[in-house]
Design a protein around this ligand. Structure first.
Ligand SMILES: *[C@@H]1O[C@H](CO)[C@@H](O)[C@H](O)[C@H]1NC(C)=O
Length: 213
């Protein structure tokens, strides 16, 4: 049996050191799946991937489900807290606006989402990585309209980017016979397809802020 030689969860943090003389806050933009979702699916009314069972959130805030698929903080919460960055607000949070983006960044992560569009289809609603990147482009437009292109470029260049997903492309796609990807590909060609897709996604993500890399 061939082994799938890929790290299931990709965790990439891209960033650039603070730019001198600019006092906009350093914030994070988070792209991911249920490991990083802080409330997007909660605001997707038809999504079947929901973190609303009683044990979710028991060690967080008031102990009630808060949209995180965990009892406490997400991995991104923990890493961001350690670095000392504000916790980005879920893209679909009702409080989301330009000021919130500039203060704390945005979290686009969505339970059930994957690198591939078809991943997690049976959850009906979830943001795939392409969708999350599309939403990020909308965020960039909003910030440019609010503070101008020059300042916005600096803001996005000094921000931190977390891209952490990939396990659903196996669990809720390739390894499930209900998805055509499970019979169209073999282990190696599927991993190649994933990596090619992620490569083009990261390029589109940073096209307006090439200095991030
Ligand atoms: C995935 O969806 C995006 C839009 O959300 C689209 O631009 C892209 O072509 C789609 N990719 C495939 C392989 O269907």
């Amino acid at each position: 049996m061939k082994q799938i030689s890929v790290i299931f969860v990709l965790f990439i943090v891209l960033g650039l050191d603070a730019i001198n003389g600019y006092d906009c806050k350093i914030v994070q933009f988070i792209f991911g799946d249920s490991l990083s979702d802080v409330g997007n699916n909660r605001n997707l009314p038809r999504s079947l991937a929901q973190a609303n069972l009683p044990f979710y959130g028991i060690d967080f805030g008031n102990g009630l489900p808060n949209g995180r698929f965990t009892n406490g903080r997400t991995v991104s919460d923990i890493i961001g807290d350690k670095i000392g960055l504000p916790r980005p607000v879920a893209f679909l949070d009702p409080s989301m606006n330009e000021d919130v983006i500039l203060e704390s960044g945005v979290n686009y992560a969505s339970g059930g989402g994957g690198i591939l569009n078809e991943t997690g289809g049976y959850f009906i609603q979830r943001f795939s990585l392409w969708k999350q990147i599309e939403l990020f482009q909308g965020t960039q437009d909003l910030v440019v309209a609010k503070i101008g292109k020059k300042e916005a470029d600096k803001f996005f260049q000094q921000a931190r980017y977390v891209v952490a997903l990939g396990s659903n492309d196996f669990i809720n796609n390739y390894l499930m016979p209900v998805y055509s990807d499970s019979w169209k590909y073999n282990d190696q060609t599927f991993v190649d397809y994933l990596m090619e897709t992620l490569d083009s996604q990261l390029r589109v993500m940073i096209q307006d802020t090439p200095d991030v890399l």
